[in-house]
Design a protein around this ligand. Sequence first.
Ligand SMILES: Nc1ncnc2c1ncn2[C@@H]1O[C@H](COP(=O)(O)OP(=O)(O)OP(=O)(O)O)[C@@H](O)[C@H]1O
Length: 890
Amino acid sequence: MMEQFIEIKAANPDCLLFYRMGDFYELFFEDAEEASRALGITLTKRGKHLGADIPMCGVPVHAADDYLQKLIALGYRVAVCEQTEDPAEAKKRGAKSVVKRDVIRLVTPGTLTEETLLEAGRSNYLAAVTRIRAGTDDPHGVFGLAWIDISTGVFRVGETTFERLSADLSRIDPRELIVSDALFEDESLAGFWRQLSFAVMPVPRAYFDGATAADRIARFYGVATIDAFGGFSRAETAAAAGAIAYVEKTQLGERPPLDPPTRQDSGRLMHVDGATRANLELLKTLSGGRAGSLIDAIDRTVTGAGARLLAERLSAPLADPDEIRKRLASVGFFLGDTGLRSRLREALAGAPDISRALSRLSLNRGGPRDLDAIRAGLDAARDIAAFLGEADASSAAEVTNAKAALAALPDPLRDELTNALAEELPVFRRDGGFIAGGYRADLDELRALRDQSRRIIAELQARYQDETGIRSLKVRHNNVLGYFVEVTANHADKLTTGATAATFIHRQTMANAMRFTTTELADLEAKISSASDRALAIEQEVFDDLCARITAEAEAIKDAARALAVLDVSASHAVLAEAEDYTQPRVDDGLAFDISGGRHPVVEQALRKRCEDPFVANDASLGPADGEGDGRIWLVTGPNMAGKSTFLRQNALIAVLAQIGAYVPAKHAHIGVVDRLFSRVGAADDLARGRSTFMVEMVETAAILNQAGPRSLVILDEIGRGTATFDGLSIAWAAIEHLHEVNRSRSLFATHYHELTALSETLARLHNATVRVKEWEGDVVFLHEIVSGAADHSYGIQVARLAGLPEAVITRARQVLAQLEEHERKSPVEMMIDDLPLFSALRDKPAPAAGAPTARNPALTLLADSNPDDLTPREALELLYKLKAEAAKG
Ligand SMILES: Nc1ncnc2c1ncn2[C@@H]1O[C@H](COP(=O)(O)OP(=O)(O)OP(=O)(O)O)[C@@H](O)[C@H]1O
C-alpha cells in the first residue's frame, strides 16, 4: 500500500494527498505533519518506511469538506485519492493485494464547486495570465487574461498591458491565478507575482501553447472551430486555453458546464486601479472586512447569485452611458411597482442557487438536494415569469430579457423533477431513498417487498417467542451479522439444547447475551438485501437520467439563473433607493459632474446607526464652467475632522454607483461618464513590499499624474503630508498645477496646506472650497458643510484636545504653535515661494497697508521688563496680579 501511496504522491507533489482508506482520508509523511499542524488533528504513526516510523493523520470522509475548507483557506491544494474498486474485487486477486486507487480530483482555491467550500455571495474565479511578445512594440508585451468560475460557468477573456495588469487582476479578484512557469520565473515579474494577495500557481508552459490553444478550446466545447465564439486575440486565446487546461487537469476528465468564453472589453468599463479600489473600500475595508465597505452598505439582494452579480458590477462599473441607462431603467421599473417588487423578492428569497447546483451535477459531484435545487429554481422561475408577464416592462430592456429567459425554461423537466423527487432528501445519492413513491413501478415493487419482509421479520420474532417460550427473544440487525436472534445468557440453554437446537444456529456469545441465526432468517435477509440493492440501483439509474436531462438543458438553466440574478440586483437597488432616499443619476457622454445634496452612503448609515446627528448633504460641481472646456479642480481646505475625506470619497462613490447603474445618495446627480477613477486617500505603508508610507503615497500619486485624462475623476487627499512641510507643500503645489494643465481631469484635492488656496488666482479652473466650523468657548464645532472659500485654521490642537491628549501637552502645543506662527510671519517661506517662477503671478498682490504699527501687548511689556531672578516671592506675586489685571482689560 505504501508503494501505491508513494507512486500517487509522486505524481502530485504540490498537493496534500487525501488517501482514501475505508471511512477515512489518510495523510502520510510530510503531508500528515503539515495537515495535523494546519488542522489541529492528532498525528499518529503507522508502519515503517526505510526503517523510520511513518507519520499519519486522517479525517473522516463525512467531515472531509470542513477540513478541505480550512486547508484551501490556508492556501493548500489537495489531491483527493479514492478507491476505484470494491475491496472484494481486490481480494479476488489474493489476500494481500491492494485496492486500486486513483486521484479523482485536485481541490484548489480556484476550482471549487462544493457549497460548503464556496462563499454564497462571492464569485470564485480561477484566472490565467499569459504574455505575448512577438508582434508588439510594447517592451513588456501584451498580456492575455482569462477567468473562469467553474461553480457557475462564467468564462471571460481580455487583453491588457503590463501597466493595467494589476488593476485588471484586482478587478477580477481571483481566488487562484495560474501563469506559465517561464513567466513566473521571469525576473522582471518576480516582484509582481509576489505582491498579489491570492494564490499564484506556476503551470507548464505547454498549457498556454499558442499553436494548440484554439484546438484545445474547440475540443473542450466539442466544436470544429472557435470562430463562432467571436474573434479573440492570440493572447486571449492562449490565456483561455491555459485556463481550460488547468480545469481539465484538476477535474480529471469531468467537464464543468462552462459558458463559451466572452470578451470583457475593458474599454467599456470604468478603469479603477487596485489602490483606488482598496482606498475607496468598494468590496472590503482597508482592514479587510466587509462591514463598513460600500457593498455592505448597499447590498439589499436576497440571493447568493444576486450578491455575486452586485459584487461583480461594483468591481467593474461601466463607462457606456447606454448600458448604464439600461440598468437604471430596470431599477426605475421596480421602484414604480412596490407590489411586484415584494412578490419578486419573496419568490427569489426561496429560490436556491441553481447555477452552482447545475455545476455540481455536471461534474458528477451533485447529490439529490442539487436535483431538488434545480426543481425549486425552476418552480420559482415559473412563478416569477408568470407575475412579471402581467406587468408592462417595455421601458426596461433588462427586465424584458429576463422575462424571456425565464419563459424559455423547459416545463417538462420541472414536472419530471417534481414527480420524481421525494419530500425528504438525503445528502448523498448513495444513500438512496430520494425518489418519490409512484414514480417508478419497479422501484415501488421492490420497496414493498422490502417493507413486507420487515413485517415478516416481526412476525417471525413473535413465532420464535412462542416456540421457545422466551418473551425477551429479539430479532436484531447489525452490519457484521446481518439479522440474528438474540436471547439473554440465562435463556441460552433453551436454544442450544433439545428440539429447538436444530433451528437455532449459534453465531456469537456476548457477556450477557447469545446470538443465533436460522435458515429462515438467512433467506429473508437475502431477499431484503437484494431488494434494497436493486431499489438502490434503480434510484441511481433515475438519478443519472435526471442529471442527463438537466445538463441537456444547461444553457436554458444558466440563462434563467442569470436572469434571476439581474432581477434580484435591479429590485435590490430599488429597495435601497426607496429606503435610503437615493435618486436616479443622469449619465451621459459629457464632462458634467454636478451633484447636489450628495451624501456618503456608508457614513450616512453609520451615523444613523449610532444615533448621531444626521449626515450633512453637500454639493459638488466639477464639470466645465458653462459647459465649455475641461472640468474643474476643487481644492478643499478645512480643519481636521471637518469632513474633507468624507466629501472626497462620497463623490467618487456616487460616480461608481451611478456607473454600475444604481441610484445614488444625492438630490440630483448629473455625471458625464468617468472613464478612469483615481483616488489617493489615507496613509498606509506597505512594508511587505518594502515601501514606506510616503513612498506608497508618491507611487500612487505618480500613477495618477501619469494616467489621468480629461474624462477621469481624481480624488487626492492630503498629498505630501507624509514628509517635511516644505517638501510636501511643494509636491502638492506642483501636482495641482500638473492636474490643471496636463491631466485636465475633474478633481477633488483636500489639503491642510492653506498656502495652496492662492493657486486659484492663477489657475482658472481651480475652485477653493472649505468645510465650515464654528468656534464656541474655545472649542470647535463641526458643521460638515462645504462652502466656497478657504480655511484659515487647522484647529488641530482643538481636535487633539477632543481626542483626549493630556492638558499639559495641549497647553504646551498652543505655546509652540504661537511661537511658530509668530516665526512664520517673519520667516522666508513666502519669499522663497515668491522666488519660484510658478508663484511670480502672485507677487503683484496688493501689499498690506503699511504704517499701522502693531501695538505691543502691555502684559508682554511688563514681562519683558521684569527679571525673575531678582524677584522676591512677594514681588513675583504682585507681578502676577498686574499681569492678571492687564489680561482682564484686554
Ligand atoms: N457631511 C457630514 N455630515 C455629518 N458628519 C460628517 C460629515 N462628514 C464627515 N462627518 C463626520 O466627521 C468625521 C470626520 O470626517 P473626515 O474624516 O472626512 O474629516 P477630515 O476633514 O478628512 O479630517 P482629517 O483632516 O483629520 O483627515 C467622519 O467620520 C464623520 O463621522
